[in-house]
Design a protein around this ligand. Structure first.
Ligand SMILES: Cc1cc2nc3c(=O)[nH]c(=O)nc-3n(C[C@H](O)[C@H](O)[C@H](O)COP(=O)(O)OP(=O)(O)OC[C@H]3O[C@@H](n4cnc5c(N)ncnc54)[C@H](O)[C@@H]3O)c2cc1C
Length: 384
């Protein structure tokens, strides 16, 4: 099927909108055109399957586009815009099972749980995106992650051409990863979570959050207090989407927090870092701290229109930015951190379409100047 005809192609009640700018559908506001199919409550997914068949490749699903970098030339693959909404609740033993449609807003789900006194996802307050995208990278923040509460995923498997139900174990959820990450084989249609009813939050396990609330670790507080505190912390870092914020053209953290060993953790802690040990037993250091320690300044422009956020060490886009420039800027940061520390950062957002600059961003880095596996320039010593 051709990439753009400038006309609508109709199949049953489902149509593909052609030559749609994906920039308008992503939070970085970058990326070229694609054929877009709206998957919403009015459309039967089987009709979408029929419409997609001629491409002979699985489509790219898009929620809010808050964790993708789309090539300047867009993509030839059809893009499914996941816009189905709805939450259904049922009691099971002492838990409440929530089945949520893929296009439903995650912030709305967090608000729903807050209103219903359901605990388990309260520290995900302020994370943008859709519920269907949560399993893709096991979305997590401030001590909770999707894996803590997810029980089941219903998806369309484009390889076997059938609807499947995957258990949490089938999803292979890991730290910001799963069997779905960087695969377009499955379109997630709905997600089920098991939550517990309580007006007190789950115990706080994330030190930064406990510090912000001025309570010891493992404290339990009213749900509203937790969600408000998380949003306040996130807002200070520009990690909530806010159209009035000049740092709003963001994909959140652009690198995963790398795993470090006990010796590196001790060294980085001495230099002011805050390593955190996650549910999988691995200790990680925030990539933003590494960028700061490597000498990057807030607001610093890296490539035309691409700069470090003015609040937090991640990249954001301004007027003049391109996907190629964003990828090149990310590669520069990655190479510099590697040179300074020996640590290789992994780009977090999913790369959609083809861009020559993607190659450098994803290739292994070889140690050219291994002064020390965790040495920083002197200027990093005061980093806190
Ligand atoms: C300001 C900001 C802060 C952020 N903070 C966090 C954070 O604290 N923790 C965190 O984990 N992430 C964070 N993110 C990243 C982002 O919010 C999450 O990855 C979120 O799950 C993306 O949802 P989305 O709907 O925008 O997905 P998209 O960006 O649209 O898609 C992301 C990936 O998921 C796939 N996908 C989306 N929906 C489906 C579906 N239904 N079926 C199959 N595949 C699908 C896409 O193809 C793509 O590969 C942040 C992003 C921003 C901009």
């Amino acid at each position: 099927m051709s990439a753009s005809t400038g006309q609508e192609e109709t199949h049953n009640i489902v149509t593909a909108r052609t030559a749609v700018s994906l920039a308008a559908l992503t939070t970085l506001q970058l990326g070229g055109p694609a054929n877009v199919i709206d998957a919403d409550n009015d459309r039967d997914f089987r009709d979408i399957v029929e419409l997609v068949k001629p491409w002979a490749s699985p489509p790219v699903c898009l929620g809010w586009g808050s964790n993708v970098l789309v090539a300047d030339r867009g993509t030839d693959l059809p893009v499914l815009l996941m816009r189905t909404t709805g939450i259904s609740a049922r009691n099971q033993d002492d838990q409440v099972l929530l089945t949520v449609q893929a296009g439903h807003s995650l912030p709305d789900l967090v608000d729903y749980c807050r209103a219903e006194n359901l605990i388990g996802i309260e520290t995900l307050a302020g994370v943008p995106g859709t519920v269907g995208a949560m399993p893709i990278q096991n979305v997590g923040a401030y001590g909770q992650e999707t894996a803590d509460t997810l029980t089941e995923v219903v998806a369309w498997d484009w390889q076997t051409q059938q609807q499947v139900t995957l258990t949490a174990a089938d999803c292979a959820l890991g730290h910001r990863t799963s069997r779905f990450k960087r695969s377009h084989r499955w379109s997630i249609l709905q997600v089920t979570f098991a939550l517990t009813r309580s007006h007190l939050s789950a115990p706080i396990t994330y030190r930064e959050l406990a510090t912000a609330l001025d309570v010891p670790l493992d404290s339990r507080l009213p749900l509203t207090d937790i969600a408000d505190a998380v949003i306040a912390v996130r807002r200070r870092k520009g990690m909530v989407l806010d159209p009035s914020d000049p740092d709003n053209r963001s994909a959140g953290s652009i690198f995963l927090g790398p795993v470090i060993d006990a010796h590196q953790a001790e060294t980085l802690q001495r230099k002011g870092g805050s390593p955190h040990t996650y549910n999988d037993g691995h200790t990680r250091i925030g990539s933003s701290w590494l960028l700061r320690a490597a000498g990057y300044e807030l607001g610093q422009e890296i490539t035309p229109g691409v700069r470090v956020s003015s609040k937090h060490h991640t990249l954001v886009a301004d007027t003049g930015a391109t996907a190629a420039g964003f990828a090149a800027a990310s590669s520069t940061l990655r190479a510099h951190v590697h040179q300074a520390t020996g640590i290789t950062l992994t780009f977090e957002p999913d790369l959609i379409g083809h861009e020559p600059a993607y190659t450098e961003l994803t290739q292994p880095l070889t140690t050219t100047n291994p002064t020390s596996p965790h040495a920083f320039p002197d200027r990093s010593k005061a980093v806190s």
